[in-house]
Design a protein around this ligand. Structure first.
Ligand code: SF4
Length: 262
């Protein structure tokens, strides 16, 4: 069996001192490659599994590098005292970490060997066997449910949602903890009916107690230009605070603990 320190995968960033992607202070490992193409994606450089050139502020850099589990852990372990004091740990994000299941599992196992709590952020668009491989190493799953309509999901994310919903039911039964997150995107899923449908579904998943509404933002827009791509959201403004509050009240009717933000 391969030593997890020698497992290799492709990532595009490691971000230290995050407080938004799970409890406490965390290090986020951003995997490269995602099967979806959400119009609002704020990390478009995460989508292709291949390395790419990204130009920002007149500087061109290569995005994506192949690393070993041991190399990632060297970076992760620099902040051990912060994790311990804050109840934090490590979150695998992306892109989609479920598309590199062996590497993801190796990192998760290395974290556990070092006493670090683990989380993943996932859109759930991956084969079931990948989910099974990764899930055994995860303490907390933060999973997006973006829409209940297969057609609308396909129009805005590039694929229908059946596999995602099937995986959500499996994850709900088998994960230690699952929190559902909903990116709130104007013109896509920001009506009361759409949020109520997602929250109602989430409330019926066994073991799910929390739902987070994540307001759309435009922070990744310049990266589209830097990759030579169009930003398909155009001039759509982020939802207002009062709109988010109204949708929060709608989501709370499901009985889940709901909040705005991750
Ligand atoms: S699932 Fe996430 S990483 Fe993938 S395209 Fe959508 S927003 Fe981007």
């Amino acid at each position: 069996m391969q030593n997890p320190n020698d497992a290799t995968g492709r990532i595009f960033d490691i971000q230290r001192f995050s407080i938004h992607d799970g409890p406490g202070i965390r290090t986020i490992v951003f995997f490269k490659g995602c099967g979806l193409r959400c119009r609002w994606c704020c990390n478009p450089e995460s989508q292709s599994a291949a390395t790419q050139q990204l130009t920002r502020g007149g500087r061109t850099q290569e995005v994506g590098r192949t690393v070993t589990g041991g190399e990632v852990m060297q970076e992760v372990l620099r902040d051990l005292p912060y994790y311990r004091r804050s109840g934090g740990g490590v979150t695998l994000s992306g892109g989609e970490c479920l598309l590199q299941p062996e590497f993801a599992r190796a990192l998760l196992d290395l974290c556990h060997q070092n006493g670090l709590p683990t989380a993943i952020e996932t859109a759930g668009f991956a084969p079931r066997e990948n989910v099974e491989r990764v899930l055994g190493g995860v303490d907390l799953v933060l999973m997006d449910i973006k829409h209940m309509s297969p057609e609308k999901h396909k129009a805005f994310c590039g694929h229908t949602n059946e596999q995602i919903l099937e995986n959500s039911r499996y994850i709900a039964v088998h994960a230690k903890q699952l929190i559902i997150r909903v990116p709130v995107i104007p013109g896509f899923n920001d009506t009361e009916e759409e949020i109520a449908a997602i929250a109602g579904y989430a409330a019926r998943l066994p073991g799910v107690r929390e739902l987070h509404l994540l307001p759309y933002h435009r922070l990744g827009q310049d990266k589209y230009t830097g990759l030579g791509r169009n930003y398909e959201m155009g001039e759509v403004p982020p939802p207002t605070q009062s709109r988010m509050s109204a949708l929060l009240a709608t989501a709370e009717q499901s009985g889940l603990i709901c909040r705005i933000g991750g």
